[in-house]
Design a protein around this ligand. Structure first.
Ligand code: XMP
Length: 311
């Protein structure tokens, strides 16, 4: 693929679609939304408004670090807080697909819609990629950002139109576009993180307490595996509990799964052969630094038959 040509074409396309108007980019800080934000900025300059939604399901320090990185890059990002909306919508929901759909509904039908209405913007720029679309269309799982391709018209339903410049590309190709656009290395190489964020890392009901636990676990796992070179790594909190011993007493505690995989484009994946030493270190940290966690398992299932995430 000729990436320079691709970039020039997409910039032209964005300009043509938006015309003299404005567009909104919702930045999560991942490589897809970051790439789209820079494309949109190149196409529209100040006519692109960029926001970061703090939905309460993000990783440690994520809102601050995304805003800071883009400021250095010359793009102003406004943070919009919407924590209560997501927790309220997720209350009592345990089915994985229902959780995904609820999150998508709050994003598109409520949060994005209100920002767009208030700023009188008609276009939403987003970084949907080819794997997201294929998995949703095939009925494997409903990726939060796939709507038009399954017959949901945001224009008819919510009054704004989606612009998706990356739908032909997979993760490895998007990283190449990001590099040519001059995005910082830390963004180019960022491990994938799903739109439903930490809610995708909790089996069963998502509560602020469970999010707080998985946020701490995610910080530990990411810190320990950042030099692993793996495609993606993260912990998952199970719904079941296990009997353990802490301080000589019985503790019915939480079970955390560690997932670390090798992949090129997230279509297939194989587990990383992590050393026993690193697994022991992660286990020790998770069980000592997070109260109520007493059992850690390493998942060695490839995709297929598993998917990368648990919900
Ligand atoms: P699965 O679990 O389907 O994940 O094997 C494939 C890749 O996609 C990411 N993922 C998502 N990304 N919205 C996203 O933007 C979503 O709803 C979503 N679900 C999964 C996942 O982290 C993996 O890299």
């Amino acid at each position: 693929m000729n990436y320079k040509k691709f970039i020039a074409e997409k910039i032209k396309e964005i300009r043509e679609i938006v015309g003299p108007g404005k567009a909104l980019s919702v930045l999560s800080g991942g490589v897809d939304s970051s790439t789209v934000t820079v494309l949109g900025h190149k196409a529209l300059g100040d006519r692109l408004k960029t926001v970061f939604i703090d939905h309460g399901l993000m990783r440690k320090n994520e809102p601050e670090s995304v805003v800071k990185t883009f400021k250095k890059f010359g793009i102003k990002v406004a943070t919009i807080t919407a924590k209560n909306k997501f927790f309220k919508a997720l209350k009592g929901k345990t089915d994985p697909e229902e959780k995904r759909k609820v999150i998508s509904q709050v994003f598109y039908g409520d949060v994005f819609r209100k920002i767009l209405q208030k700023s009188r913007i008609k276009f939403l720029l987003q970084g949907t990629n080819l794997t997201d679309i294929e998995e949703t269309v095939a009925g494997i799982k409903f990726q939060h950002n796939v709507l038009e391709q399954i017959g949901i018209s945001t224009e008819k339903k919510f009054g704004y139109r989606l612009i998706e410049p990356l739908i032909e590309l997979r993760k490895n190709e998007i990283r190449k576009v990001a590099k040519i656009l001059g995005l910082p290395e830390e963004i180019q190489r960022r491990i994938p993180f799903p739109g439903p964020a930490l809610a995708a890392r909790i089996i069963g009901e998502v509560t602020p307490e469970k999010i707080s636990l998985i946020r701490k676990a995610t910080a530990i796992v990411e810190e320990e595996l950042k030099n692993s070179g793996a495609f993606q790594y993260f912990p998952v909190l199970l719904e079941d509990k296990a009997t353990g011993i802490k301080g000589g007493k019985r503790e019915v505690g939480n079970i955390i799964i560690i997932r670390c995989i090798e992949s090129i484009d997230a279509r297939t994946a194989i587990p990383t052969k992590l050393s026993w030493k690193i697994l022991e270190k992660i286990t020790k940290r998770l069980t000592t630094e997070i109260p109520g966690v007493n059992r850690i398992c390493y998942d060695i299932t490839p995709k297929p038959p598993a998917t990368i995430e648990y919900i």
